[in-house]
Design a protein around this ligand. Structure first.
Ligand code: RB5
Length: 149
């Protein structure tokens, strides 16, 4: 898969680790920054990463900040993005199966490194269930996006 990755200064180290994991799994990575620990504003990196997923240039995205909250709020402003802020393995799996989540948000200041790695692996490996009830709910989300334009 082609995966967009973005972070702010609060999650620079984990973004680099996420890139290592993605490359070890032979995914293609587009890195939207940031590229060091200098203070930056997360929307500046997260918005273009999320937009690249919505536009079909990347298949999915992983966005990170200190808590994951700012990154997830930003990504979810982009039409077509279903970004899930995840901090456990159950929701990493279920948000793919039920919500067909296309962007994963993670918080470096919230998660230990091992659980972060397992969340990334689980989220990437879990397919959408294709159940009609979940498709219906996602269609309703899309119709809300149309109304809000
Ligand atoms: C940066 O200090 C911090 O606010 C940011 O990484 C994130 O936690 C925001 O949601």
């Amino acid at each position: 898969m082609k995966v967009a990755v973005a972070c702010d200064h609060g999650a620079y180290e984990y973004k680099e680790k996420v890139i290592e994991i993605l490359k070890s799994l032979e995914h293609e990575v587009e890195d939207f920054g940031c590229y060091d620990k200098q203070s930056v504003d997360y929307p500046d990196m997260v918005y273009p990463a999320a937009k690249s997923v919505a536009d079909g240039k990347n298949d999915c995205g992983i966005v990170l900040c200190g808590t994951g909250i700012g990154a997830s709020i930003t990504a979810n402003k982009v039409k077509g993005i279903r970004c899930s802020l995840v901090s456990d393995l159950f929701t990493a799996k279920v948000t793919r199966e039920h919500n067909d989540s296309n962007v994963l948000a993670l918080g470096q200041r919230v998660l230990g490194e091992s659980i972060m790695e397992e969340i990334v692996r689980t989220w990437l490996a879990t397919p959408f269930s294709e159940d009609q009830r979940h498709k219906n709910r996602i269609e309703k989300i899309k119709s809300i996006e149309e109304k809000e334009e």
